[in-house]
Design a protein around this ligand. Structure first.
Ligand SMILES: Cc1cc2nc3c(=O)[nH]c(=O)nc-3n(C[C@H](O)[C@H](O)[C@H](O)COP(=O)(O)O)c2cc1C
Length: 392
């Protein structure tokens, strides 16, 4: 319940213990559900609610602040970690009206059974006066649902962009440090849910560029009093720029593929190319996703099984395809016993990765010296491609 700026209060909840998000993404730092209370001279507004698990925290924060009525609850995004408490807020504060856009108007009725009479619909760039403070709304679709919108508090120059620029990071520090660790956390968050919508995010960033922003109060993670820090990071990730990095998700049952991967890592290192292996046994997929944000090359590696890829590698290919990374080069390597269609099957699984294919390399059984020489040539091909991009 901290005042983050003149009469703007943090009333959200920290979830230090949450281990997974969307029952999929591992969380190393927990997360937060950020809700902000804005006290205007005539009206007040709550920006989003919290996950229903943390309703008691939100309510107690409002009580401690002495809030007796809420005029508006601005719903920026329908997903339950932000909107899940709206029904109970409306019970506690029956005079409150939910303010949102047309798309969310429908979603809130379907997902949370909120009655249409309780919702006030706003158009893009509409304003809402709280007396001495004015909220302005604009739409930032696909970060990461179609209805997502942002609110901008004009007088205080605070942007509330919901999930955009968010990070899964429960910390007792209210404001984010503009450091490498915070960047890593924003990047994995971007990778997991925003990366597939890069093209729309470019347009959303153009809208944000029109505003004079002092502070960004996103819906997860600490607040930014250095707004250009997350904005510049996003601009970099949505651009065509890639880094001199090869991501190698791999699996190996009897070490044959593993020997290949380890040899490739050495060879790439010798060629001044950064490479990261992700052993898919117990792999933190948020780290893998993060690596996919800007790496030039992805090499999927694994054994042939029942004439196809190992299911763990198929899963990594499926995930990579879903995330639509801007990867420029892709390849497949692995070991086999007698034959099958692993390469073709994996290739067919990644249509969304619009990358040039580097000739795959499959080796029979445990690699011998001659096979390792083929891996050197494979590394040479990657070097040639990275050189053509000006990365090495
Ligand atoms: C359950 C199972 C199924 C396999 N199916 C095939 C197959 O369909 N085609 C093939 O060429 N090799 C098949 N193999 C052999 C492996 O591809 C081969 O042993 C390979 O060298 C294993 O590489 P790894 O040590 O990196 O896991 C199979 C092996 C196992 C254990």
């Amino acid at each position: 319940m901290t005042e983050i700026k003149n009469n703007i209060y943090y009333v959200g909840a920290k979830d230090w213990d949450r281990k997974f998000f969307d029952e999929l993404v591992p969380l190393t730092e927990g997360t937060t559900y950020n809700s902000y209370f804005i006290k205007g001279s005539e009206k007040n507004a709550l920006i989003d609610s919290v996950d229903p698990e943390k309703f008691d925290t939100l309510l107690s924060n409002l009580e401690r602040l002495g809030v007796e009525k809420i005029d508006y609850l601005v719903s920026l995004h329908c997903e339950q970690d932000h909107s899940g408490c709206i029904p109970v807020i409306l019970q506690e504060f029956p005079e409150c009206r939910v303010v949102t856009n047309e798309k969310n108007f429908k979603l809130l009725q379907e997902h949370l059974h909120i009655s249409p009479e309780q919702i006030k619909v706003v158009e893009e760039w509409d304003t809402l006066s709280l007396g001495d403070k004015t909220l302005q709304f604009f739409f930032i679709p696909w970060v990461h649902w179609p209805e997502t919108m942002a609110a901008y508090l004009q007088e205080d120059k605070v942007l509330f962009p919901c999930d955009m620029f968010g990070s899964h990071y429960a910390t007792s520090e209210m404001f984010a440090k503009s450091d490498a660790y915070q960047l890593e956390l924003i990047k994995s968050y971007y990778a997991e849910i925003m990366m597939p919508y890069k093209k729309v995010i470019v347009k959303n960033l153009e809208k944000i560029d029109q505003l004079d922003i002092d502070m960004i109060a996103a819906s997860h993670g600490p607040i930014y009093d250095d707004p250009q820090f997350p904005i510049n990071a996003y601009k970099d990730w949505v651009s065509d720029k890639v880094t001199n990095h090869v991501v190698i998700p791999y699996i190996s049952m009897h070490h044959s593929t593993r020997i290949m991967v380890e040899h490739l890592l050495d060879e790439l290192t010798e060629r001044n190319i950064l490479a990261t292996p992700y052993n898919l046994v117990g792999c933190d997929i948020s780290q893998l996703a993060s690596s996919l944000v800007d790496s030039a090359t992805v090499v999927l590696a694994g054994p042939q099984i029942l004439a196809g890829p190992h299911p763990a590698l198929a899963n990594a290919a499926f995930l990579s395809n879903m995330l639509k990374p801007k990867t420029k080069y892709v390849s497949i390597m692995g070991s086999y016993g007698w034959g099958g269609k692993m390469v073709e099957k994996l290739q067919a699984m990644i249509p969304n990765i619009k990358a040039e294919l580097i000739e795959p390399l499959m080796i029979k059984g445990m690699p011998r010296e001659d096979d390792l020489r083929l891996i050197n040539e494979f590394a040479d091909k990657i070097l040639e491609k990275h050189r053509s991009e000006g990365l090495v």
